[in-house]
Design a protein around this ligand. Structure first.
Ligand code: CTP
Length: 408
């Protein structure tokens, strides 16, 4: 999924304090600039012990700031000037010492000084802690992090795993790609804050015997993109996924299932606790009536076997007919007469909104175009009928959903 241009027009001050994770910040600068952001790197003296300003200047295309006495600034006020244009200040890595300095409001070197001097209401401070697990779990650090959040800062991570010191545990800085994804999400408008979304995605797999089954070409990409866009918009997201090999979007609670029946059994008990249900899954309409205990062998058979099929439960229709259903959004993957079929499904399943797309043209692809169909209107997405990548479409769909929830 492309991250390109997600940060176009954004200006990020990237602060590095001292820690071995500084080497990852070089990659982070590359990812941020590839996503369209301009990046101004500011380093503490300790950070310079781990990576040189030359590397970060080359990657960001801007001279790095390391001192509050930098004579390049006309008014000699780097600490003021640097944050005035920034959309966010991201400290990555944020060492235990640097976090303690922020909590105390220290101002004796450029990076903590500019964090203190930034206009808080329009330039958020985000820290990505990076330290040994004992340092991270120490009550002093935990107290400092809690205070930092109480003061309005945001914390990304830390992750867990192997540490440079050879120990294993919490405290690793998040990987650059994760920091990028979190920052992109962080800067998006929170139109679905406080909403709980339940999403199905991917195909189902209906077993015939222990090695064979019936499935379809759904890749799950649209449902996963919707889950990511919903988290970015501030929603709490549960994603019930059929068998797909896609990474779980950050911040999403994922429940893996195989068959339509399992998807039904997972979704139904949860549905009433959600505000919205989005059924993107390509659920198999039928399954083999019986499951062979052992592999069906070709050997010794004169004729090809035949299979009796039985109908699977309709998950979307069942959720929509609950006593107090969530706002239900269906998907219609059709091969022809999209509007007609979509509207028929809307009525049959008694749901307020259905998203139509031409199935064979979209399965597995990154680009798509959608048709939003309700009882009275049909609107293409993108509006000009062109194609867009699935994350862009998912974000537009979440905007549309937020507007409809306000009206509902
Ligand atoms: N759906 C579902 N459970 C099923 C079948 C479908 O939740 N057992 C949902 C899909 O996730 C999608 C919508 O219903 O949101 C439309 O699914 P589709 O299979 O295209 O519609 P059908 O009602 O099965 O109609 P048809 O097969 O005739 O196209």
């Amino acid at each position: 999924m492309s991250e390109r241009a997600d940060l176009l027009g954004r200006h990020i001050v990237l602060g590095l304090s001292g820690g071995i994770a500084c080497y990852k910040s070089a990659e982070l600068v590359r990812l941020l600039t590839k996503a369209g952001a301009t990046v101004q790197v500011v380093m503490t003296e300790a950070a310079e012990a781990f990576i040189t300003p030359v590397t970060l200047q080359a990657l960001s295309g801007r001279a790095v700031y390391t001192s509050q006495w930098d004579a390049r600034e006309g008014n000699n006020m780097a600490h003021i000037n640097l944050s005035r244009e920034a959309d966010a200040v991201l400290i990555a890595p944020a060492s235990a010492d640097f976090i303690a300095r922020l909590v105390q409001g220290r101002a004796d070197e450029l990076l903590s000084l500019l964090c203190l001097a930034r206009p808080r209401e329009r330039c958020p401070l985000v820290v990505a802690p990076a330290m040994n697990r004992e340092m991270w779990s120490h009550p002093a650090t935990q107290r400092n992090v809690a205070q930092l959040q109480a003061d309005g800062a945001h914390v990304f991570g830390p992750g867990d795993g192997e540490q440079a010191c050879g120990e294993t545990g919490d405290g690793r800085m998040l990987e650059p790609a994760d920091l990028l994804a979190d920052l992109i999400g962080f800067l998006r408008p929170k139109t679905l804050a406080g909403k709980r979304l339940l999403i199905t995605a991917g195909p189902t797999f209906e077993p015939i015997d222990p090695v064979r089954g019936i499935t379809n070409h759904s890749s799950g990409k649209m449902g996963f993109a919707i889950a990511r866009a919903a988290v970015e918009a501030g929603a709490q997201v549960t994603l019930v996924a059929g068998p797909v090999h896609l990474p779980t979007p950050r911040g999403v609670q994922r429940l893996d299932v195989m068959t339509a029946q399992q998807m039904f059994d997972t979704v139904l008990p949860q549905a009433a606790q959600h505000d919205v249900f989005i059924a993107t899954a390509a659920v198999a309409d039928w399954r083999p009536a019986t499951l062979a205990e052992h592999k069906i062998k070709k050997e010794g058979k004169k004729q090809a076997p035949t299979f009796e099929l039985t109908e699977n439960p309709d998950i979307l229709a069942a959720v929509a007919s609950l006593a107090r259903p969530p706002y239900c959004v269906g998907f219609a993957a059709e091969s022809e007469r999209l509007l007609e079929h979509a509207r028929a499904k809307l009525q049959r399943k008694r749901i307020p909104l259905i998203v139509g797309n031409l199935g064979p043209a979209t399965f597995g692809r990154d680009d798509n175009s959608l048709l939003l169909v309700d009882a009275d209107t049909a609107r293409p997405l993108p509006a000009d009928g062109s194609q867009a990548d699935k994350l862009t479409l998912a974000r537009a769909l979440m905007d549309e959903l937020a507007a409809r929830l306000l009206r509902a």
